[in-house]
Design a protein around this ligand. Structure first.
Ligand code: HEC
Ligand code: HEC
Length: 301
């Protein structure tokens, strides 16, 4: 042990009384380590010179290459935009029908529309437009439309927005009918999709539906909705009253939910995306792409 004490240790020593002291050596650093260390210093200096590095009072040192992550990103985006431009130029000029007739353009629009849908529409309509019952957000992927599933109508819906208003029927909620009458109406509505067998209540509800309560003025004589339905043979105003006969529900088709829809009323609001000065403004091109995407979901006409 003694030979280690002369010069090679720092003199720090522990646990001497054990007869086997721990000592701190003072060996030179290995060369490879030292050179790597110098290399990192040189690297750092070169880096400071070439790249943005040091904060300054009014910004930062830009580096002689004037490189920035933002510039690189912008370059990438410019490249993408340059590739998309010929497509977008044609989309802007062509009508929806013309685009739908061109497979490449249609696919391009639908995939763009799908991305936009995820950003702007899915929070209400669900991913892929499957709808969200709890909020009365309609399914866009079926054949059941409130306002219409042709290209022009979908485009109008998206750009101008829609509001559907189902007036409350229960006294106390703003309506004119008592609990038992709302119950009769509920049984009649349920019977339209084969879900009630209470013949007496259905008959009373039927009378109210086509009479005093005038439900048919919006839902149609057959209850098949303002889009397809008619009253006394004539068309109905486009109020977005759902088809009550098809077992597809905006809010729900169990007795409790139907009773609530009738008793307390419902309002659904689809925001406008094409209005100037709207916080939700999308470009006409984006609205076209969304229209073609929604139309492609399976329920388009
Ligand atoms: C804030 C929630 C909300 C957002 C966001 C929203 N919608 Fe809607 N949308 C609705 C509601 C509610 C209705 C039903 C309106 C009614 O009850 O009359 C609707 C109706 C529609 C309809 C009509 C369906 C039919 O059956 O006729 C289309 C098409 C539609 N939305 C597309 C879109 C698209 C595309 C977007 C994205 C740009 C979007 N919506 C964003 C709430 C929303
Ligand atoms: C002024 C037009 C109008 C009248 C009158 C009207 N409704 Fe409606 N009804 C609507 C609209 C619009 C909706 C959809 C509300 C929405 O978009 O949120 C609706 C929704 C409903 C729903 C919910 C359907 C679902 O899919 O969840 C039921 C049930 C219903 N109405 C029954 C009736 C009955 C019964 C009457 C008569 C007492 C009646 N409505 C009268 C316009 C009307």
């Amino acid at each position: 042990m003694a030979d280690l004490k002369d010069g090679k240790t720092t003199g720090h020593q522990w646990d001497e009384e054990e007869g086997f002291p721990l000592q701190e050596y003072n060996n030179p650093l290995p060369r490879w380590w030292l050179y790597t260390f110098y290399a990192t210093i040189i690297w750092a200096v070169v880096y400071w010179v070439l790249y943005p590095a040091w904060p300054l009072a009014d910004g930062f040192t830009k580096g002689v290459w004037d490189w920035s992550m933002y510039k690189e990103l912008k370059q990438d985006l410019d490249e993408v935009a340059a590739k998309q431009k010929p497509f977008n130029d044609r989309l802007e000029k062509l009508s929806l029908k013309e685009i739908a007739g061109d497979n490449a353009l249609l696919q391009y629009s639908v995939s763009g529309g799908k991305a936009l849908f995820g950003d702007y529409c899915a929070p209400c309509h669900g991913a892929g437009g499957v709808g969200v019952k709890a909020g009365g957000f309609p399914t866009l992927a079926d054949d059941d439309w409130l306002f219409g599933g042709d290209l022009a109508t979908i485009q109008e819906t998206i750009s101008k927005g829609r509001s559907g208003m189902m007036p409350a029927q229960l006294k106390g909620a703003g309506g004119a009918f008592a609990d038992n009458q709302v119950e009769d109406l509920t049984q009649y509505v349920l019977s339209l999709s084969g879900k009630s067998k209470d013949a007496a209540a259905i008959a009373r509800g039927d009378k109210l539906f086509h009479g005093e309560a005038a439900c048919n003025s919006c839902h149609g004589d057959k209850g098949d909705g303002s889009l397809k339905g008619t009253m006394a043979g004539g068309p109905l105003p486009p109020v977005g009253a759902p088809n009550l006969t098809d077992a597809i529900w905006l809010y729900g088709g169990d007795a409790q939910t139907v009773r609530e829809s009738i008793g307390k009323g419902r309002t659904g609001h689809m925001p406008a995306w094409g209005e100037e000065n709207s916080a939700r403004k999308l470009s006409p091109l984006q609205i076209k792409q969304l229209t073609l995407y929604v139309h492609s979901l399976g329920g388009g006409k």
